[in-house]
Design a protein. Structure first.
Length: 167
């Protein structure tokens, strides 16, 4: 919720500085969303993400490309955590090598002590982005087909197991 409010605030700040005229992306009942407190959760959770020029969250595909990027021609397999090429993160896949380095890249149920952690405490992926897997799940701009009140979320979280870290 904070992220969509931040996107709108950044858009308004950009306009305030006179750097352009952008429109806020996230609205509810025609009003720009500026409050992410729990008391405003309905508005945030049901925000309409309009096709405008303002700042927005990445789409699910954009997020995946940033998470799986390796060098422009090679991509991290989808069953790995972002940045970790040592093996997969699916505890139920017995046919190939499980990663023993997941903890170098992500916070998840087994290593987080049931809490979020400051960004940057784990190794970054190949683009230098930290916490693409684990720590907190990340909302995306787009919604599943025929489910406009839901958002895609990616990356797993501190409270979920390694299976949820897959890209």
């Amino acid at each position: 919720r904070d992220a969509i409010v931040w996107c709108n605030a950044l858009t308004e700040f950009y306009n305030y500085l006179g750097l352009g005229i952008l429109e806020c992306v996230y609205t509810y009942s025609g009003e720009v969303i500026r409050d992410s407190r729990d008391s405003n959760s309905l508005a945030c959770d049901r925000a309409v993400a309009r096709q405008t020029t303002g700042y927005r969250l990445p789409t699910s595909l954009e997020w995946e490309l940033a998470a799986r990027y390796q060098d422009g021609t090679e991509w991290i397999p989808g069953n790995h955590v972002s940045g970790d090429l040592s093996g997969h993160c699916d505890p139920y896949d017995f046919g190939s090598a499980f990663s023993w380095q997941i903890g170098d890249y992500a916070w998840f149920a087994e290593n987080s002590a049931s809490s979020t952690h400051p960004v940057g405490e784990k190794s970054p992926n190949h683009l230098g982005i930290h916490d693409m897997g684990g720590n907190v799940s990340e909302w995306c701009y787009d919604t599943p087909p025929n489910r406009p009140l839901l958002r895609f979320y990616r990356g797993g979280s501190f409270s979920l197991g390694t299976l949820h870290l897959q890209l």
